[in-house]
Structures are given as structure tokens and as C-alpha cells.
Design a protein around this ligand. Structure first.
Ligand code: PGA
Ligand code: ZN
Length: 425
């Protein structure tokens, strides 16, 4: 049973305070979890409780920490760590608000993750196995190698340019191709006379004037690294369009233009034609502009993956509406947008039942916690985005996937070792 849950304030990859939780079980097991934090957050995300005031620019999380050490600890003490749904439900009821505003989603999520990990440890199982059982696969990974928008100080308004290995024999093989392309991209940026400093998610943040320029460099880097764009390495982007949408005039203020929805659609059309290696687009329109988002999906959704992030915030109710409205054909999954592991699982199940792809995601403010790597494998979520192959808080997730692949084996090897008593002749 749970003997104690204890939190403390630590710091994330941007130097902002965040919550760390330790869970102590009666059998001596101790496990911890650390909570991530976004910058381009959706309006309907669960509430990240921050102290306010002047200390640490108001970003302290001592109230969330106190909620873990007080009310949550009192409620969970003595409970079994193996019933994740009951643990999460207890915290949701204790909070009593629809968006975890009272206790803080940062407090609740930290406990939810740490309890799952403690339960796995106590059963002597890796986290992916405890949460996922058997027959598991490694995800298709998306790596943000050029950072713009709110994640970098440059002229690029599309937030993320990602690369993904299409042709690969294993996760390791795909990741090596990503690493090669990343290093080649650095040279391409240097040779063009730009800085190669990194943005929040480990991608380069050259001070380019446009997204088109960024895509040209990426295309060149893929080729120079010896790969075929689209065939070996494909491109994905996250526009995070809420961050360049102006609520006052209802227009998109994009890289020097002021565009309405139709003009934005035409721009995307041009971009997708110029770069056919783009296979996935996230948040092409503002989170409240469902109309244009739907038009985007109707127009391009047959050819590419259209991912909704800020519109749905990993919330089952919003995902249900997105499915009904044909808003997108894929859903981004961020554990801290909804605040418990159980609700995140519910959202994934709902999306997959309706043939929507799920892409698990890190946040731009991360920690060393590799929870999402195990979680992605456990849920058989098809995809994971966790930033560039640079900056430890990003690479740790990929290193964890390498470990998991070592343990479960690449798919072909697993099949080869499968006991086969059937006489094929
Ligand atoms: P965030 O960005 O973590 O800053 O919200 C990630 C995303 O928009 O997908
Ligand atoms: Zn996003």
C-alpha cells in the first residue's frame, strides 16, 4: 500500500519551477516522477497551479507541492498503488473542479505518474510492461530540428519542423538516420551564414525570415546526409497557429503577412506542393477556429496526417467533438494537458477506436523524466515527438526507447524467436 506521497519544487529545462513527487510504498519501494510544462499552451488545458507574486516571477509551485504533501497524501495513504484508475479518480474527486484548478494538474499528474512507476517497481516490471502488457512496439518518432514560434527568437512563425525516419529496420536504425541528418543540417545552416544556437526543443533556431527558407534548408540537409526526402526521411510541422492568430482582427499575422483563413489555406497548399515530403501537419489554425481547421482536413487530410493539439488538449470530451466534426485525423497526447494517466489512457482509447492516430508528445519545458517513452510503448501509441536528438531532457527519452528496444527486441527478431510448433509443409 501507499505509505506516503511527498513533493518538492524542482526546475525544468527552461529554468522554471516544476513539481517532483516521490511515492513510498509499504514494501520499501520508492519511485519519483517530474512534471513537464508547455509554452504554447491550449486554453482548455488542465490548470498548472503557480504561486503568483514576485518570487521566481510568480512561477513557483509551492502551493501545488503543499497540496501533494497535505490533501493528496491524506487521501491516498493506505491505498493500493496497483489500482491506477482508483488513485486518479480519488484525486479528481478531491479536486472537485472540471479542470483541476483547486489542487493543480501539476500536483495531480506528478502523483499519478509516480504511483504508476512505484507500482511497476514493486512488481519488478519495467514501466512499459506494467502499463502495457505484452506484444509491444516502438513508435514512429518525430524530431523537431528547426525551432520557431514561441520556442525560439527568430523570424520563423511555424513553431516546429520535424523529421521522421520512414525507412528503417529498427528504432535504432531510424534514430541514427535522424542523428546524421541533424548533424548535416547544422553544417547547412553554418554554410548559409546563420547561427546554430538551439531552441527550447533542441532544434536549431537560425534567424531565418520564413518557414519556406527553413524547409529548403531541411530538404537540403536530408539530401546531403544521403537520404531521399519523403522516401527515407519525411518532414512534419507544428504551426501552433494560435500563437500567430490575432483575436482582435481575427487574422493570422504570419511572417509579415496579415491573412484570413482562406489565404492561410492557400499558403499551406503551396507549401505542401513545394515540399511533398511533408507528411504531417499539426495545429494549422487557431484553437478556436474549428471551421478553417476542418477545411484544412477536408482539403489535405487524405494525403497527410492532420494532428490536433491545442483544440483538444488530450481531453476526451474535446476529442469526441473533434471526431464528430472531422476536425483532424490524428490527436496529440500530452499527459499534463489533462493531468492523470487514467484520463490520458481514456483519450488514447477513444481516438484509436475511431481510427485516429495518436502522437504522444513532450512539452517545450521538460525534465529528465523519461515517463513518456515507456508510456508510448505501453499504449502502442503509434507515434512520439520528443524534440531534437540534442539537449539531455529530449535525448533521454530516445535513449530510453533504445533501452526498451534492447529489451523487447526489434520486431523481426521477436517474430523469429516466437515459438513456432506449426509444421508449415
Ligand atoms: P508546448 O509546445 O509544449 O510549448 O505547448 C508543444 C506543442 O505545441 O506541440
Ligand atoms: Zn503543438
Amino acid at each position: 500500500y501507499i505509505e506516503q506521497v511527498r513533493a518538492m519544487e524542482i526546475f525544468d529545462s527552461r529554468g522554471n519551477p516544476t513539481v517532483e513527487v516521490h511515492v513510498y510504498l509499504s514494501d520499501g519501494t520508492v519511485a519519483k516522477a517530474e512534471v513537464p510544462s508547455g509554452a504554447s499552451t491550449g486554453e482548455k488545458e488542465a490548470v498548472e497551479l503557480r504561486d503568483g507574486g514576485s518570487h521566481l516571477s510568480g512561477k513557483g509551485v509551492t502551493k501545488a507541492v503543499a497540496n501533494v504533501n497535505g490533501a493528496i497524501n491524506d487521501a491516498l495513504k493506505g491505498m493500493s498503488p496497483y489500482n491506477q484508475a482508483k488513485i486518479d479518480r480519488t484525486m479528481i474527486e478531491l479536486d472537485g473542479t472540471p479542470n483541476k484548478a483547486k489542487l493543480g494538474a501539476n500536483a495531480i499528474l506528478g502523483v499519478s505518474m509516480a504511483v504508476a512507476r512505484a507500482a511497476a517497481h514493486s512488481k519488478h516490471e519495467p514501466l512499459y510492461r506494467y502499463l502495457g502488457g505484452c506484444d509491444l512496439e516502438l513508435p514512429q518518432t518525430f524530431h523537431n530540428v528547426i525551432n520557431g514560434g514561441k520556442h525560439a527568437d527568430n523570424g520563423i512563425d511555424i513553431q516546429e519542423f520535424m523529421i521522421t525516419p520512414v525507412k528503417k529496420t529498427s528504432f535504432r536504425d531510424g534514430f541514427e538516420k535522424i542523428v546524421n541528418t541533424y548533424h548535416t543540417l547544422k553544417k547547412v545552416i553554418e554554410e548559409a551564414g546563420f547561427e546554430t544556437g538551439l531552441g527550447d526543443e533542441g532544434g536549431f533556431a537560425p534567424n531565418l525570415k520564413s518557414s519556406e527558407e527553413a524547409l529548403k534548408m531541411l530538404h537540403e540537409a536530408i539530401e546531403k546526409a544521403g537520404y531521399k526526402p519523403g522516401e527515407d526521411i519525411a518532414i512534419a510541422f507544428d504551426a501552433a497557429a494560435s500563437s500567430f492568430y490575432n483575436k482582435e482582427d481575427g487574422k493570422y499575422h504570419f511572417e509579415g503577412h496579415v491573412w484570413d483563413g482562406d489565404q492561410m489555406l492557400d499558403y499551406y497548399d503551396k507549401l505542401l506542393k513545394e515540399f511533398p515530403e511533408i507528411i504531417s501537419a499539426e495545429d494549422p489554425f487557431d484553437e478556436n477556429d474549428w471551421n478553417n481547421f476542418e477545411k484544412f482536413t477536408a482539403r489535405f487530410g487524405k494525403n497527410i496526417q492532420v494532428v490536433a493539439d491545442d483544440n483538444v488538449c488530450t481531453n476526451p470530451k474535446l476529442v469526441r467533438k473533434a471526431i464528430k466534426d472531422k476536425l483532424c485525423n490524428a490527436v496529440l497526447i500530452k499527459v499534463n494537458q489533462i493531468g492523470t494517466i487514467t484520463e490520458t489512457l481514456e483519450t488514447i482509447r477513444l481516438a484509436r477506436k475511431n481510427n485516429f492516430t495518436t502522437m504522444v508528445s513532450h512539452r517545450s519545458g521538460e525534465t529528465g523524466d523519461t515517463f513518456i517513452a515507456d508510456f508510448t510503448v505501453a499504449t502502442n501509441a503509434a507515434e512520439l515527438k520528443s524534440g531534437a536528438p540534442a539537449r539531455s531532457e529530449r535525448v533521454e527519452k530516445y535513449n530510453r526507447l533504445l533501452e526498451i528496444e534492447n529489451e523487447i527486441g526489434v520486431e523481426d527478431e521477436r517474430l523469429a524467436h516466437f515459438p513456432n510448433n506449426i509444421d508449415m509443409d
